[in-house]
Design a protein around this ligand. Structure first.
Ligand SMILES: O=C(O)C1=C[C@@H](OP(=O)(O)O)[C@@H](O)[C@H](O)C1
Ligand SMILES: C=C(OP(=O)(O)O)C(=O)O
Length: 470
């Protein structure tokens, strides 16, 4: 089985695209080799954004050239920044500076990307410009009220929207009101939107997060020259205070490997018997490392070698060897540090000994799909005993094997597609996903990278799976 060759779209900097077709993962020999996953998606979005909000030139290496990030690059161009691809993963941004963004001439299309849409709503909210935001069918279903509520309190106005979802038009303010906001949901996107609006405020913008979320915005704001005061409140909440109207200057950014993409070859190497894989240069920032902690608790053999600093973020090479996994209970407070990794953790749990309980997954319901429902349906279609109890996901493991044989509905969700293709590599029968095209939003070279390790992933033209989850 082979994957179809990927078309090249050099004008937008994309390296490859997967076919809009059913794909299938099936068991073969052990996975072996060394790989590098693409640059971190969260950091890639932010590098482009902060580059555009800075004076002078930002040079970025290791940028993720997936569709989500390319949509952010296009939005930065619409605001007047000069964004150029100078080589594979290397980009320059000649910024316009905080307060100086131009009004986009046309609607901004964020495709499948919640991060791009929500962070840039924050950027527009803090500028005296109006912009129209749109996205694909998945993004149009996702809640934007979580960012619009604080942004309106800072002075932005919604010109039109259907119940707080895209498409919508936002009119920003040139004088955002200094504001203090306690996050009602653990979301780095909401935190970042408020801080980005606060950049152009004459006073201080404060975000209080009761549960820590990924801290890339804070790290990069400091790197680009903003002044942040980060402290802990008496109740343990994290308080982030940003002084408004800093002079941000162009910087160099080197983007480390994305732990959310590394999760797929990592779990594959654990569940395919006899595998031994090294994944180089993976970011292990503690706000993103919950999956590694959880898998190690399950007994996974993962060595973190060659720990070092890469562009202000901790990274390591993950040396992974297949072996038995045992069920664990994953506490709700760990969810923000592995929020995008639950689909593939649920796949790992289906091969474990015992019943894994993942608690506090309400946020999974508002991702590219309702991931709680999509994961449960996908596992059930593949013969796994799975249950949703409120916001908890409960997966009975098959002690080293899972039936497989199902077709999984991906609901325009890249992580559902990749997680179930990984399942097929170790299950008794192949696992098919109905649409692999969304994989290009975050991991355009997923299929060739996995194939290079020996994985059998390709178009589903061989054995037809039987079960289905639609
Ligand atoms: O800030 C970010 O870059 C992201 C934050 C998370 O979303 P939430 O803020 O909605 O949890 C995560 O799911 C998303 O993939 C990227
Ligand atoms: C949730 C995700 O991304 P976004 O919110 O940016 O669409 C993700 O990549 O899993």
């Amino acid at each position: 089985m082979t994957a179809s060759p990927a078309p090249h779209r050099s004008d937008r900097g994309q390296t490859s695209e997967l076919p809009n077709a059913r794909l299938q993962g099936r068991s073969g020999g052990p996975l072996r080799g060394r790989v590098r996953v693409p640059g971190d998606k969260s950091i890639s979005h932010r590098a482009l954004l902060f580059g555009a909000l800075s004076a002078g030139r930002t040079t970025i290496s290791g940028l993720l050239e997936g569709h989500d990030v390319i949509a952010t690059a296009d939005a930065m161009r619409a605001f007047g920044a000069v964004v150029e691809r100078t080589g594979e993963g290397t980009w320059t941004v000649d910024g316009v500076g905080v307060g100086a963004l131009l009004e986009p001439a046309a609607p901004l299309d964020f495709g499948n990307s919640g991060t791009g849409a929500r962070l840039i709503l924050g950027v527009v909210a803090g500028h005296g410009i109006t912009a129209r935001f749109d996205g694909d069918a998945s993004l149009r279903k996702r809640p934007m009220g979580r960012v619009l509520t604080p942004l309106q309190a800072m002075g932005a106005r919604i010109v039109d929207s259907s119940d707080g979802r895209l498409p919508l038009t936002l009119r920003g303010t040139r004088d955002p009101i200094p504001f203090e906001y306690r996050l009602p949901v653990p979301s780095a996107q909401v935190k970042s939107a408020v801080l980005l609006a606060g950049l152009n405020s004459p006073g201080t913008t404060t975000v209080i997060e009761p549960e820590p979320t990924r801290d890339h915005t804070e790290r990069m704001l400091s790197h680009f020259g903003a002044h942040l005061d980060i402290s802990t409140d008496p109740d343990g909440a994290r308080r982030i205070a940003l002084a408004g109207r800093p002079r941000l200057s162009g910087r160099e950014v080197t983007v480390p490997g994305d732990p959310s993409s590394a999760a797929f070859p990592l779990v594959a190497a654990l569940v395919v018997p006899g595998s031994s894989v090294t994944i180089e240069n993976v970011m292990i920032n503690p706000t993103r490392a919950g999956l590694i902690t959880t898998l190690q608790e399950m007994g996974a053999r993962i060595e973190l070698a060659n720990r070092r600093d890469h562009g202000g973020e901790p990274v390591a090479d993950l040396i992974v060897a297949a072996g038995p996994l045992k069920a664990v209970e994953v506490p709700p407070e760990r969810a923000p540090s592995m929020i995008d990794e639950y689909p593939v953790l649920a796949v790992a749990a289906s091969f474990a000994e015992g019943t894994t309980v993942m608690r506090g997954l309400a946020e999974l319901k508002v991702k590219e799909s309702d991931r709680l429902a999509a994961v449960a349906a996908g596992l059930a279609a593949n013969g796994v005993d799975v249950r949703i109890d409120g916001d908890d996901l409960i997966v009975a493991g098959g002690n080293g094997s899972a039936p497989g044989g199902g077709i999984v509905a991906t609901h325009m969700d890249h992580r559902i597609a990749m997680a179930f293709l990984v399942m097929g590599l170790a299950s008794q029968r192949p696992v098919a996903v109905d649409d692999g095209s969304m994989i290009a939003t975050s991991f355009p070279d997923f299929v060739p990278l996995m194939s290079g390790l020996g994985a059998e992933i390709g178009t589903a033209d061989g054995d037809e799976p039987t079960g289905s989850a639609t």
